[in-house]
Structure formats: structure tokens, C-alpha cells
Design a protein around this ligand. Structure first.
Ligand code: LMR
Length: 328
């Protein structure tokens, strides 16, 4: 009996975080890479699932697979086009092979804060970007926020020169590669799920990410300090296959859109609080945070902002101008 109970406990512990779907319900698999309870994306995905599973019970059932348990971001979009997964929310840096327009969100120092990001994404120019991958089979439903990125490394970073010669994990984005090269550092694109191990074993020396990811992935344990640069943005696009979405009956699609939109508005308004809590949790756990003086921060701006010039053509000067007008 005890052995049977242990077996049941193991099965329960390994089960992904979703309600059992009933026969006859349409199953929507939502795959993502972060944790589910202290992270802007994880919280939003779970809230979307909980609402759909309550309000569309008997019709639709959402299964959330967090922590790269189903796919990592390098695989998920292909899996979506094959029909193996229905929803995902990769960061905007992960769409580069589908469209260049999201490069705007990776350009360092493009947005001064999340309110500027929100206003740009909700402008006509921003909303139009959600449709930029339709000819490649992907439709964007909503932008989900996380927050601003900070640098960390095995040695303390205060001035841009401190990053010189170090290896940094970046997301697979040409902009982020160029940004690290502008610092004289060596960029290493790598899947999110591998970063902690790579930092721990010295495969890379540093990384850039939000407070919520640095806390959730425990990077502070294997880095000397995190430098509060707020130099870039980490944001997401909730995507579906264009064909799958068009094939839903209109009522189902409308109901899913409405719930998705309401969850988006609620959670995007709460991200600054989630990120601030993660920042404090890093300090409480013994992590070190380096705050920069205005002059020190300006040195990072001067070192990194020149990379914009390389990406203007792919993004469009009109979009950069629109973003900067909102950011003013
Ligand atoms: C990363 O790869 O660093 C992020 O995109 C992970 C995430 O989804 O927050």
C-alpha cells in the first residue's frame, strides 16, 4: 500500500499544471518556458487557462505546460505550425526568422519604461505588428509584458568596459548579438532552459534578463552581481497558428479573444509590481544588485545605442520614429 501511495504521489508530482480535460472538449496546449506562479508570463498563462476552463467548460480546455516541459522557444513555433501545440508566448526576440519588425523591441534603450512600451504596442503601428507573420502562418493575439533587462556576470559590471572579453548568453536575436559585440563581449545564443547550467559551469560568464527571470532561474546564485542597467525590453507575443485560429467557430474564437484580452489588460497593468517583487526577492536571497549613477548609465547608452543604425532597414524608420515619439 505504501509503495502504491508513493507511486501515486510521484505521478501527481510529475503531472503538468492543468485540469483534466473532459472527453469532447477541444484541448488547447499552451507551452511556455518560465515558471508559473511568480512570473508575469506564468501568471498570465495560468489565469487565461483558469478562466477558459471555468467559462468554456465542456467546450474548450486549456493545458498549460510551463518551464520548457513541452517545448523550448526554439522548437515551439515549428511545433505550432505542425499543429502539435496551439498557443505559446515566446519573447519578441524569438521571432526573428519569421519577421524583422520585432527587432525594434530588442534595440537597446528604445523604451524608457513599461508605460512607453504599452503605449507603443497599443498604437496603430504596434497593433499592426501582430499581423506581421501571417504569411508565415502565425497570428499574434496580444502582447504580454515582462519588464526591463539587466546585465549580470561572474565579475561586477559597472562600466561598459567591464563586459569586454566576457561571454554572455543572449536570446537568438541578431540585435542582441550586435549589442554584445558593441560592448566587446562575446555573445552566445542559447535556449533559456540551459542558461543556469551554462553560468554555473562557466560555459558563459554573464547574461541579460528581467528581475523575474533572474530570480526565477536563480541566476543571482551563480553571478557576482546584477547591474541595474534597464537597457532593454523583454516582452512577449501570444501566438497561434493562423490556420488553426481561422478554423475555430466564430463564437469560440470570440470568447477566447475576449478572455485573452481581459487577462492581458489585467496582467500587463501588474507587471511592474511582479518585477519589483522579484528584485526584492533577489536581495532577500543574498543576491547583489549594483545601482548606476546617471553618468555611469549614460556610458552604457553611448556604447550600445549605435547598434540601432544596423537594423533600421529591416524594422522601418517610420516605426522607430513612432516609438520614439511615444517615448519622448
Ligand atoms: C529568455 O529566453 O531569456 C526569455 O525569453 C525567457 C522568457 O520567456 O522569459
Amino acid at each position: 500500500f505504501a509503495a502504491a501511495m508513493t507511486a501515486i504521489a510521484l505521478v501527481t508530482a510529475a503531472a503538468p499544471a492543468f485540469a483534466q480535460c473532459d472527453d469532447g472538449e477541444m484541448v488547447i496546449k499552451f507551452s511556455h518556458v518560465t515558471n508559473s506562479d511568480k512570473h508575469p508570463k506564468g501568471i498570465a498563462a495560468q489565469m487565461f487557462a483558469d478562466r477558459v476552463n471555468a467559462e468554456m467548460n465542456g467546450k474548450v480546455c486549456v493545458e498549460v505546460y510551463p518551464n520548457s516541459t513541452l517545448y523550448n522557444d526554439d522548437q515551439v513555433l515549428e511545433a505550432m505550425l505542425q499543429g502539435d501545440v496551439q498557443m505559446a508566448a515566446p519573447s519578441l526576440s524569438k521571432f526573428e526568422s519569421f519577421t524583422k519588425v520585432f527587432n525594434i523591441f530588442d534595440l537597446p534603450f528604445m523604451f524608457k519604461n513599461m508605460r512607453a512600451v504599452d503605449a507603443f504596442q497599443n498604437s496603430d503601428v504596434g497593433q499592426e505588428m501582430k499581423g506581421s507573420m501571417e504569411r508565415r502562418g502565425l497570428t499574434g493575439l496580444e502582447f504580454w509584458h515582462s519588464g526591463m533587462k539587466q546585465f549580470s556576470a561572474k565579475s561586477e559590471l559597472r562600466m561598459p568596459g567591464d563586459a569586454k572579453g566576457l561571454k554572455f548568453r543572449v536570446q537568438p536575436s541578431d540585435v542582441l548579438v550586435a549589442q554584445m559585440e558593441a560592448l566587446g563581449a562575446s555573445p552566445q545564443p542559447m535556449a533559456f532552459s540551459e542558461v543556469y547550467g551554462a553560468l554555473q559551469t562557466g560555459v558563459v560568464d554573464g547574461q541579460e534578463n528581467t528581475w523575474s527571470n533572474s530570480y526565477g532561474q536563480k541566476y543571482y546564485e551563480v553571478q557576482a552581481a546584477i547591474t541595474e542597467t534597464n537597457h532593454g525590453l523583454l516582452d512577449y507575443l501570444v501566438v497561434v497558428s493562423t490556420d488553426w485560429w481561422a478554423g475555430l467557430d466564430a463564437e469560440t474564437r470570440d470568447q477566447l479573444s475576449t478572455i485573452m484580452n481581459e487577462v492581458t489588460v489585467a496582467r500587463n497593468a501588474a507587471v511592474e509590481e511582479v518585477e519589483a517583487t522579484a528584485r526584492q526577492s533577489i536581495l532577500d536571497a543574498g543576491g547583489k544588485i549594483i545601482e548606476l549613477t546617471p553618468d555611469e548609465r549614460q556610458a552604457w547608452v553611448d556604447a550600445m545605442k549605435p547598434v540601432w543604425a544596423k537594423f533600421v532597414d529591416g524594422i522601418g524608420q517610420d516605426k522607430i520614429d513612432a516609438a520614439q515619439a511615444i517615448n519622448a
